[in-house]
Write a protein that binds this ligand. Sequence first.
Ligand code: DX5
Ligand code: ZN
Length: 221
Amino acid sequence: MSVIIAPSVLSADFANIQRDVEKINESTADWFHVDIMDGVFVPNISFGFPVVKAIKKHATKPLDVHLMIVEPDRYIQDFKNAGADILTVHLEACQHLHRTLHAIKEAGMQAGIAINPHTSVELLTDIITQADLVCVMSVNPGFGGQSFIPQTYQKVKRLKQLINDSGSSAKIEIDGGVNINNAPLLIEAGADVLVAGNFVFSSADPLKTISDLKQIGSHTL
Ligand code: DX5
Ligand code: ZN
């Protein structure tokens, strides 16, 4: 199976969101990565339900919604109603992560866990079999266009081992500073999903950039 590419709409042009969503529809990308920031869990505010609904209205591919918010349990059903297909919460934001993952699945979505750069993958040992996705943050969350943290490669290798040992079917997603240079090593380390915001939307030809990332995945795997 080739790598899943999830362009992050945080870097899209919000004055032309329909146009940018349709561009991704036409591309070889697999998912839309949708970043929700509350100004508390992270030092930035992105957007809320009306924008997620607007993206959903035009998107022909699944919405991979990444919640960078405190108390995510309060909004699970709202994100389902807004069109989320995959809902990812931060381990650092959840007191009862097992309960939260099950609430997401009961609402009819796939459940993901995101971990910040300082959070060890070993903390996932007793929850990994409950997750459909682990989002490894390769920047400190809050902003698009930041530099990739190289320590991520080691984390991904350890996480892949943990997933294999546990029999979990969780996918490994990498989020932050992904580009054509680090993508091959990330895939080799065990990444299944690559999120790319700035690298895709700031490029001269986003469709070609997406297809270049996708090609790396099909060659390496
Ligand atoms: C960062 C967000 C990322 C971001 C990625 O807090 O979670 O999804 O949009 O953007 P780039 O690829 O520009 O780092
Ligand atoms: Zn994200």
